[in-house]
Ligand binder design. Structure first.
Ligand code: SF4
Length: 386
């Protein structure tokens, strides 16, 4: 008896999906529409998406480090990302100093952590069919093999602003460890037993007088900013807990924030190494140890991964087929309903003006020509195949 071919989920065309589409859908279906489905391209707010650029720079550098290519090549890869994104010169300069600090830190931390692993592959694009017509795209940072065993571990890095208790709880239930594991498993044959998360923090954004030539928020962190007094003495933290007495201390107003790359002898490489050697601000702990977090690996069961797959298909099935046609208000309301609770929480939604208007445009006006308004631009695909 001939085997009947499964009916494609989407008759006319394939649908691509990935983790960011799924997360957008879970936050608000209208966000999924504006960000990924609108004319099959999706929109992003106009301007530099600095968190995305910083993350891409970090990932490109990390890939080189995992491949054993050395820190200088890693920094060059990060610089190339800033060029590709056409980051304005002054911003690109400080952003690269920040990422350079992170990469020197990773070049110290990674060899310790990777000692027990063999790196099988890095930054591999995965393309797997969830169902006929529905393709899941993913990219893991690395697949590792544990010691002399067959046990495989998926390494997933995130370049975040800061680590806190919420992040610590969040990482235990992060879907990245399920979706990327599922995508890699069939190709490798067998279950990926553990997910190893790696978090690199860049600091919180703030306008700080560090002579960057423009007034804009920078990610304030000891990767690239130190404090110096009139006697030329350096410190890495404005406020710190003494490891000796346990009490809190703070620098007085004689200290000024300074860019390490410009003013510290030996530049960022020497600075980061000295911090790891605890040679600066000797009564404080090395602040960089808190900027790279490598929690215990998470174990995933085959049942959890399978549950993710079933839910992923159900989520995509609940959406209309991909279309070049602009959806009218009625279809939008039927298929891409609004979760208004998410408009301003946990931060203002990037599509807020499209749904609610702004001081210049009513929402309806903006929806007619979001790109033409100058407030939005087309999304750059996350994966080459999209
Ligand atoms: S502004 Fe609100 S309703 Fe509109 S996409 Fe964002 S979260 Fe959804």
């Amino acid at each position: 008896m001939s085997k009947r071919k499964a009916k494609p989920l989407f008759e006319e065309t394939v649908r691509f999906t990935d983790r960011s589409r799924m997360e957008a859908t879970d936050r608000c279906r209208r966000l999924r529409y504006w960000g990924h489905e609108y004319l099959r391209r999706g929109l992003v707010p106009k301007g530099l998406e600095i968190d995305i650029v910083r993350g891409q720079m970090g990932h490109s550098g990390l890939e080189k480090l995992l491949q054993g290519k050395g820190t200088k090549q890693a920094i060059e890869a990060a610089r190339k990302v800033a060029v590709d994104y056409k980051v304005p010169k002054k911003t690109a300069e400080w952003l690269l100093e920040l990422v350079t600090g992170m990469l020197w830190g990773l070049s110290i931390e990674l060899p310790r952590f990777l000692r027990k692993y063999k790196i099988l592959e890095t930054e591999r694009e995965e393309r797997r069919e969830l169902e006929p017509g529905l393709i899941f795209l993913a990219r893991s940072d690395a697949i590792l093999q544990n010691g002399g065993t067959d046990s495989k571990v998926l390494l997933s890095a995130k370049f975040i602003r800061a680590w806190d208790d919420r992040k610590a709880d969040e990482h235990l239930v992060d879907t990245q460890g399920l979706s990327e594991a599922w995508a890699a498993e069939e190709r490798l044959g067998g279950l990926i037993q553990k997910i190893q998360m790696l978090y690199v923090c860049c600091g919180k954004p703030k306008v700080l007088d560090v002579d960057i030539g423009v007034e804009e928020e920078v990610f304030v962190s000891p990767w690239w900013i130190g404090w110096q007094n009139a006697h030329g003495v350096w410190a890495h933290s404005q406020r710190w807990k003494s490891w000796d007495t346990g009490g809190w201390k703070a620098l007085n107003s004689d200290w000024r924030p300074r860019r390490v790359a410009k003013h510290f002898e030996g530049g960022i490489e020497t600075w980061v190494k000295k911090l790891y050697d605890k040679a600066i601000q000797v009564d404080a702990v090395n602040p960089l140890e808190a900027m790279i977090k490598i929690p215990e690996p998470i174990r995933r069961t085959a049942e959890e991964v399978e549950a993710w797959r079933v839910q992923a298909i159900a989520r995509e099935r609940s959406l209309p087929a991909p279309s070049d046609i602009l959806l009218g208000a009625e279809e939008l309301d039927k298929h891409f309903w609004q979760s208004r609770r998410s408009c301003i929480w946990p931060g203002k939604c990037p599509m807020y003006a499209l749904c609610h208007g702004n001081s210049e445009y009513a929402a309806g006006e903006l929806q007619l020509t979001p790109v033409g308004s100058g407030l939005f631009q087309w999304r750059v695909p996350n994966h080459p195949e999209e």
